[in-house]
Ligand binder design. Structure first.
Ligand SMILES: NC(=O)c1ccc[n+]([C@@H]2O[C@H](COP(=O)([O-])OP(=O)(O)OC[C@H]3O[C@@H](n4cnc5c(N)ncnc54)[C@H](O)[C@@H]3O)[C@@H](O)[C@H]2O)c1
Ligand SMILES: [Zn+2]
Length: 339
């Protein structure tokens, strides 16, 4: 096991990498902890949660809503959870987002930690302290930025991860490569989900490389004034598509990245949109798609990245170098209707 402590602006987070869930007992007092998970994770891995207090939620993005947060809070009250209780989110991004959110508001804030169980949550959702819920079609509209006390990786969870969830995780990995890491982009081009899944060691290295990349970006800019915005590559259009079309998060941002690359060709002079789309296809992700340009623009303009009449859009200068450009809404409407 590796333990790395990362310092953020006003807290520090312990990363336990290549660890086992059995190590959890050494990190928190079992009697004073509650694990929040979902039915899929719980059913596959029940024996790993033996001896722990658990709250088991229904799986899926449609449950990442205030009503679910309320039921968690009610159960915490019933369990007599107090200020010293640690809440542990063991699951994918839906579970880590809800757990961090509830822990931030329950009794004005209790400590929390994460055991990400999807590839996507390991490389992305569990890192950076953004926690929240969806409101109707508006993704992550309500939430907080608050860091967990710890993140524990136990790669054994990935043994039960379905193929489509591997694809979702690779979508964020490709995002990281596009905005920050040209060498990783080339490594991904030379591989596939199949080759990675065959070699535990390369999956493990890839996860740590991505967790590290995201952590470095967030540490530089925890409250998203600049650098952190790059992590939204593919997400402006992606979020608008996600709930409107019942796409998974990974699929939606894959389409978002495809079009952000095309828009980059118009605005920054980027020349490799085809190459980005080819890599996404190689990981079984959707690229160019039919969607209602007008409806999507109407949702997109409510994006949190909007400032007055401009949207901060993440584009690529080249592979491995993302840039944020403020695009006036009128120009963006025109671009999107002509995509
Ligand atoms: N907070 C952030 O910074 C951040 C970043 C990226 C994504 N997110 C959020 O994360 C969510 C997407 O994350 P996700 O794809 O992990 O979603 P998820 O939590 O819905 O998990 C995907 C599916 O995999 C199942 N699952 C989880 N672990 C499993 C395992 N080990 N074996 C078998 N099945 C398992 C889940 O039950 C679910 O059906 C979105 O809500 C997105 O907004 C947040
Ligand atoms: Zn994402």
């Amino acid at each position: 096991m590796k333990k790395i402590t990362h310092k953020f602006s006003n807290s520090s987070v312990d990363y336990y990498l290549e660890a086992g869930i059995s190590h959890l007992k050494k990190i928190v007092d079992q009697k004073n902890a509650v694990i929040v998970t979902d039915e899929n994770v719980f059913n596959y891995h029940q024996k790993r949660f033996k001896g722990w207090n658990t709250i088991v939620l229904k799986p899926g993005e449609e449950f990442k809503v205030q009503a679910t947060a309320d039921t968690v809070i009610e159960q915490l009250i019933e369990m007599e959870a107090g200020r010293k209780t640690t809440l542990i989110g063991a699951g994918g991004g839906v579970i880590t987002d809800i757990t961090g959110y509830v822990a931030s508001v329950y009794m004005r804030g209790i400590p929390f930690g994460f055991i990400p169980t999807t590839l996507l949550a390991m490389v992305d959702a569990s890192i950076g302290g953004k926690n929240g819920i969806d409101i109707g079609v508006y993704k992550n509209m309500v939430g907080v930025i608050r860091q967990p006390k710890f993140i524990l990786h136990d790669l054994i969870f990935l043994n039960t991860l379905p193929q489509n969830e591997w694809e979702n995780g690779f979508s964020e990995i490709i995002k990281h490569a596009c905005i920050k890491d040209a060498a990783m982009f080339r490594e991904l081009e030379a591989n596939s989900i199949k080759t990675y899944r065959k070699r535990k060691k390369s999956v493990c290295e890839l996860i740590q490389r991505n967790a590290d990349l995201k952590t470095r970006v967030v540490k530089q800019d925890e409250f998203e004034k600049g650098e952190r915005k790059l992590l939204n590559f593919g997400h402006t259009l992606g979020h608008a598509l996600e709930n409107m079309y019942e796409l998974s998060h990974g699929q939606a941002i894959s389409i978002g990245m495809t079009y952000a690359s095309v828009i980059s060709e118009k605005i920054t002079g980027f020349k490799e949109a085809e190459r980005v789309a080819k890599l996404l296809l190689q990981y079984n992700l959707p690229t160019f798609s039919a969607f209602d340009r007008k409806k999507v623009f109407d949702v997109l303009k409510m994006d949190k990245k909007r400032e007055k009449n401009e949207i901060n859009y993440v584009l690529l200068d080249k592979i491995g170098k993302g840039v944020v450009k403020a695009i006036p809404l009128s120009q963006l409407e025109n671009i999107i209707s002509n995509l």
